[in-house]
Write a protein that binds this ligand. Sequence first.
Ligand code: PHE
Length: 317
Amino acid sequence: MTLAELENAKAESLKEIAAANDAAAVEALRVKYVGRNGSIPALIKAMKDVPKEERPAGGGSSGEKPVDADLTLPGRWWGLGVKHPLSRVIEETAAIFGRLGFTVADGPELETKFNNFTALNTPAHHPSMDRSDTFWFGEDCLLRTQTSPVQIRTMMANKPPIRVICPGRTYRRDTTDATHSANFHQIEGLYVDTKPVSLADLKSVLAYFAKEMMGDGVTVRFRPHFFPFTEPSVEVDFTCHVCKGKGCNVCKQSGWIEVAGAGMVDPRVFGHVGYDPEKVSGYAFGFGVERIAMIKYGIPDIRWLYENDVRFLSQLA
Ligand code: PHE
C-alpha cells in the first residue's frame, strides 16, 4: 500500500462516518474500521509494506482519530493516589530529624543473632530470643525483632559522631489483633559522640519530635524501664491525643500513650562494636511507626493499615 492509497482510505471512511445517522450505523462503522478485524488494524499491520521513506507520514495518518470526540463531555478523572500513612509518618520523621542533623541509615530485615541480640547485650536466656517470640531461620539467622541491629551495623561501619534514624520493618511472633501485628515498623534513632551526651539531650530531641509530629498540645513523659542495650532505659509516652491527657478509653484512662523505648547506650554495646566506652556516650530510641500513625490519624485498628482498602486510605488524603 502506498501513502496515496492510505489517504484515500482515510477520506472514504470519514465520508461514511459523516453519513452515519443513527447509533447502529455508527456501531457498524466502528466494527468495520476499528473492530478486531477492522480495516484500521489491518492498515497498521500493512505499514511494513509502505516504502521506507513514506512510513513516518503514513504512520501518522493511520493512527489519527477518525472523528472529533464530543468536546462537551466531561473529562475522565482517574484520581490521584495518596501516600500510605506509614510512609507519611516515616518521611515526616526523616524530615524532622533531618533538621536536627540526623541522616537515614538502612539495614536488612534478615539479621544475625549477633546484630539483633548479642551485640545489643541481650542475655542468652532473654524471652525475646525464644523460638515462640522470634522467627528463626536456623541457629544464627532471624527476622529482626527490632530496628536496633541497625545501630550495631552503623557503629561498626562508622566512627563517632553518629546521628542516624533507621526506619524499617520488624517481625515478632505476635497474634494479630487491633493493636498487634506479626510484621510492623519501627524507627530507630542513635546519637553517639565523643563529647558527653546526656539524658537531657535525649529528652529535648524527643520533645521536639513530639511537637513537630503531633502539634503543640502534646507533652512527653519518660517512665523508667529496662532494655538490655540502654542504661538507664525509659519508655516514652505522649499525652493522649483524644482526651488531651484527661483519661479516656483510648489511653485506658491514663491520659498517656506509649510510643517508644529509649535510653543511654549501654557501655557494653560500645564494647561490642569496638568503641571505647570511656571515650564515647550516646542515646538511642525506637518508635513504633504504626503507633504514631494510629495516634496521629485516629486509626483504631492496626489491621486497617495493611488491608489496602481505598475507602480507608482515601479518608487520609
Ligand atoms: N528496640 C526496642 C524495642 O523494640 C526499643 C528501643 C530502641 C529501646 C532503642 C531503647 C533504645 O522495644
